[in-house]
Design a protein around this ligand. Structure first.
Ligand code: ADP
Length: 278
């Protein structure tokens, strides 16, 4: 229930009345509320760099008009803010694209080995720039799953990017691809683990990490160019793939993010194109 109390002043009779409104927040309303919160959060996230950009533009038009040094410095900061807005919009678009497809199961058999290797290779320059070494261990190949190649690549990219961002400079990030037997009638699992040796994550934060815009440390995330949407995107992609994400961490020692997907039965053949989920 949601309770709202309103004070009503009347011309006749008792001067003041209190009106108590009780509303049953049904599931639909809760979803609507979440959507509204999301729009408010997204607007706030966009407004912060925008306000900074407007401030710098006004300074450059006014007090700093003839100050070449200040101009140089301000333009650099403005470029950082503009890139941040651009990344945020890219991530918002990704989330919205994945949500649109949420009810469609991906319908192609893909091999995870080359996807993991390509993403890791593409991240090497960024990691090298942070003094981080990326090591990849593909224990088996092929490791086939039913999935969307681009979306799975985005999952690995987001996890590796976080490991590089939050890992310690001079440290390493290990990526492992393996198969794991599961009990009962469940198919074998394909497991990709991304492990870093950074500060780790206090346990109370772990269950909330995949919420949109949730960060353990807002300032640190912003400093590192984070949008707060990376893990929300990972979660959405994993849900669409009927996979799982697990997060293990020991504070001070690092974090390990693992994704689990069912290994596909057939080898190398396409299954029926995107079938709606039951
Ligand atoms: P961001 O853009 O802020 O990195 P994410 O959704 O990718 O957003 O991650 C959410 C938060 O989870 C981050 O702000 C950070 O606090 C925490 N986090 C994610 N990955 C790691 C990691 N490898 N080590 C420590 N903290 C992490």
């Amino acid at each position: 229930f949601e309770a709202t109390v309103r004070r009503v002043t009347r011309e006749q009779g008792p001067q003041e009345l209190f009106l108590v409104l009780l509303r049953d927040l049904t599931e639909a309303q809760r979803v609507e509320r979440m959507r509204a919160d999301f729009v408010a959060n997204a607007s706030h996230e966009l407004r912060t760099p925008l306000a900074s950009l407007i401030g710098f533009i006004e300074t450059l038009q006014g007090p700093a008009r003839n100050d070449a040094k200040a101009r140089e410095r301000f333009l650099e900061v403005m470029a950082v803010q503009a890139r941040r807005m651009s990344r945020l919009i890219d991530d918002l678009m990704s989330l919205s694209r994945i949500e649109l497809k949420a009810h469609m199961r991906p319908g192609t058999v893909v091999d995870l080995a080359p996807i993991v290797e390509h993403v890791a290779e593409a991240m090497q320059p960024l990691a090298a720039g942070q003094g981080v070494e990326i090591r990849v261990e593909v224990r088996e190949r092929p490791v086939q799953v039913v999935g969307d190649r681009d979306e799975l690549a985005q999952v690995f990219q987001n996890l590796i990017h976080n490991a590089v961002k939050y890992g310690h400079s001079g440290g390493s990030v290990e990526i492992e691809l393996r198969r794991q037997a599961r009990g009962g009638t469940r198919p074998e699992a394909a497991v990709v683990t991304v492990r870093d040796h950074g500060p780790g994550i206090p346990p109370e934060h772990i269950p909330r990490l995949t919420e949109r815009f949730y960060r353990v440390d807002v300032a640190s995330s912003r400093d590192k160019g984070g949008t707060g949407l990376g893990l929300a995107i990972v979660k959405h992609i994993m849900t669409r793939h009927r996979g799982q994400l697990t997060i293990e961490s020991e504070v001070g020692k690092g974090a390990a993010f693992s994704v689990f997907l069912d290994v596909a039965g057939g080898r190398g053949k396409d299954v029926a194109a995107a079938t709606p989920m039951a």
